[in-house]
Design a protein around this ligand. Structure first.
Ligand SMILES: [Zn+2]
Length: 317
């Protein structure tokens, strides 16, 4: 399988090869001889992005923008290194993410707390800072032009408060980062995709996630592009499933809210059961052990994120 997927209208997905094939994408928008990246993956995706540009006949000087949907390191970890390489690019990032791109120490600290020092180094390497003069704040409704092609920023909290979606006005398609769920090709049944919410710590908010999905739907996009992974065509069906699954996650979290020490395991097992049931319901014939192996990491961090949300909910705001 090639690492470069060409969609129509100058939209591409580069496989960042993060953890496994087709888990994380660096999307490209090409207009005339200019290119924008949407998310960067980690430092390790740079060689693949370079060969994708080469394949598209574009030089590193022709990269005008790096858009970050949000600053979680599987999306933004490679931004500093790529900004060094792509010397004409501007980095477009949510206002809440700007200071962390200038000084990534908090991001590194946060990821080290989750993964431990060794794993952090293995997954993300050196997360490099970005020159503040080259950063554009991705405020809601901002429009930027890529060789005249208008790109429209939508503020989309829920997965994280530093999350934006990027709407390509030429196609009406929207790059949704993690705001509209994740989908792994292992679970595809023909053209049918299983899309599920990502509730990564520490800013998951179900009401905001519902509202961001509604905001994306208000533009009636013919397709969306998930960072994990690629193009989704049945956007209304996916929106319905996302709304339903966010509620199902919240129900699992609330059900186990007051279970003390057992809470984490109960929520994690509840999510695991939900995933197995839902994936079987779409007709996927993988054994539940295989499903859970693929989703092990997601289920664990989604359980953690739901717990952080439960705790924040019980605190006065
Ligand atoms: Zn994320």
């Amino acid at each position: 399988m090639s690492f470069l997927t060409a969609y129509q209208n100058g939209i591409y997905a580069v496989d960042a090869l993060y953890l496994r094939p087709r888990l994380a994408a660096v999307h490209l928008i090409k207009e005339a001889d200019r290119v924008a990246l949407v998310d960067t993956g980690t430092n390790d995706s740079l060689p693949r992005v370079m060969s994708a540009l080469d394949e598209l006949g574009v030089s590193i000087q022709q990269v005008d923008y790096i858009f970050l949907t949000h600053i979680h390191l599987d999306h933004a970890g490679g931004a500093g290194l790529m900004m060094q390489q792509f010397s004409n690019a501007r980095l477009v990032v949510h206002p809440r993410g700007v200071r962390h791109m200038i000084d990534p120490s908090k991001l590194i600290e946060g990821a080290t707390a989750v993964y431990g020092k060794e794993e952090m180094a293995r997954l993300y390497g050196d997360v490099l800072p970005v020159d503040p003069a080259r950063i554009v704040e991705a405020t809601h409704d901002l429009r930027l032009a890529l060789a005249g092609r208008q790109v429209h920023i939508l503020d989309t909290p829920g997965h994280a408060r530093h999350h934006v979606c990027i709407r390509d006005e030429k196609t009406g398609h929207i790059f949704t980062g993690d705001a509209f769920g994740l989908s792994y090709p292992e679970f595809d049944i023909g053209s049918r995709q299983f899309v599920f919410p990502g509730t990564t710590p520490v800013q998951f908010d179900p009401e905001e996630m519902h509202a961001s999905i509604d905001l994306v739907m208000s533009f009636n996009p013919g397709a969306i592009y998930l960072t994990h992974f690629g193009q989704v065509h049945d956007v209304p069906g996916t929106a319905r499933e996302m709304h339903r699954l966010i509620d199902a996650y919240v129900e699992i979290a609330r059900r186990h809210k007051n279970t003390g020490k057992a809470r984490h395991d109960l929520i994690r097992d509840g999510l695991a059961q939900l995933m197995v049931t839902e994936i079987a319901a779409i007709g996927c014939t993988l054994a539940s052990t295989a499903i859970l192996e693929i989703l092990k990491h997601d289920i664990e961090i989604n359980a953690q994120g739901l717990e952080v949300w439960l705790d924040s909910e019980s605190r006065p705001r």
